[in-house]
Design a protein around this ligand. Sequence first.
Ligand code: ADP
Ligand code: MG
Length: 243
Amino acid sequence: MDPIIKVEHLKKHFGDLEVLDDIDFSVNKGEVISIIGSSGSGKSTLLRCINLLEIPDGGTISFHGKNILDKDRNLTDYRSKVGMVFQSFNLFNNKNVIDNCIIGQRQVLKRSKEEARKIAEGHLQRVGMSNFLNHASTKLSGGQKQRVAIARALSMDPEVLLFDEPTSALDPEMVGEVLEVMKDLARNGLTMVVVTHEMQFARDVSDRVIFMDKGVIAEQGTPEEVFENPKNERTRQFLSRYS
Ligand code: ADP
Ligand code: MG
């Protein structure tokens, strides 16, 4: 089976700082990939390059075999198929819960109001936010905001959903409710790339774990391989902080 996304020789620098150096990896349909690594190792930059929030300096990113860095790419179309959930939620603060989940569907996918609403309600139900449709997004807890952000991303029917530390900004008591939603999505076959410091989640839910260190993929493998038997000394050092 051909991968949905294939990243080859990806490079990105900010000034003199080489942030991504020759990154290669693929995302297959239905796979859950966790990306772990120290702060500053380039995890967010990698996700942001995949979503073209940053423009890479070199390499290719193919989506179903087509390089999205080509001039003739359809960026809007691509972004609707590769969704992103951010650490800081990024909800529209001037909109209520349901409207947050409708606006992208209306503007990008050109869905009717009725259809967009129906789809949004379905996903808000799935994340346990059905009772908050008309609530102001600013009045929600962090865990509720992140669940709405996930419902909003799902409402766009993404083929792949990228998560950048979705629980890192949450109070500890709210981490579990967001991880439960993500586990449910994984169980139901959503293709996910998750940057996370939740090692238990990475171990239990992922098909593959990628350890990033100073802009390179230092190690990757199944959760068993990476967590039980890390080959790389830097992986061992990193994981020892969590045990
Ligand atoms: P991580 O998500 O693993 O913590 P990041 O991808 O956010 O790492 O950052 C990797 C490195 O790139 C860090 O040293 C960070 O300071 C730097 N960096 C990230 N974004 C920018 C930017 N827009 N301009 C300059 N440096 C950046
Ligand atoms: Mg980051």
